[in-house]
Write a protein that binds this ligand. Structure first.
Ligand code: FE2
Ligand code: FE2
Length: 143
């Protein structure tokens, strides 16, 4: 992603996400970049995954379901009722269709950032951990 694309992505996320979610997104992206540097991973890739990990989080459940159905995803009954589970899958689809992400590792990092999965890649672990750090931290100051 070049400088202009990165700025456009951040602007788009700012308009799509609620204020608190946007701040969370910036925090996760920044921590993901830091972790990438610590673990000698591609910093841009980690930052991009961090920026996009919650891109579907502020949609209503119906919209998330539509995105997943359009992508032909099989969903469990629990997933169909849970925005907190569904936003990861919908987010991965949106990252691909709307934001043009082709990198499967970034898409998987978005797809599994809520649940984790066995055999996670380094990027998946970075995003999972960065998200966990901030979700924990934000609980202290978000009402
Ligand atoms: Fe999330
Ligand atoms: Fe998150």
């Amino acid at each position: 992603m070049n400088k202009k694309e990165r700025i456009n992505l951040i602007r788009e996320l700012e308009s799509e996400l609620a204020y608190g979610r946007f701040i969370h997104t910036l925090n996760v992206a920044s921590t993901a970049a830091n972790l990438a540097m610590c673990y000698d991973f591609d910093i841009d890739k980690a930052e991009t995954a961090g920026l996009l990990h919650d891109c579907a989080k502020c949609m209503n459940l119906g919209k998330m379901l539509k995105i997943c159905e359009k992508a032909g995803l099989e969903l469990s009954e629990i997933e169909k009722k849970s925005g907190s589970l569904l936003h990861s899958k919908a987010g991965a689809e949106l990252a691909q269709s709307k934001y043009g992400v082709k990198d499967e590792d970034i898409l998987n990092a978005i797809r599994y950032h809520t649940t984790g999965r066995p055999g996670m890649s380094l990027l998946e672990k970075i995003i999972f951990t960065a998200d966990y750090i901030w979700a924990r931290q934000e609980r202290k100051w978000i009402p």
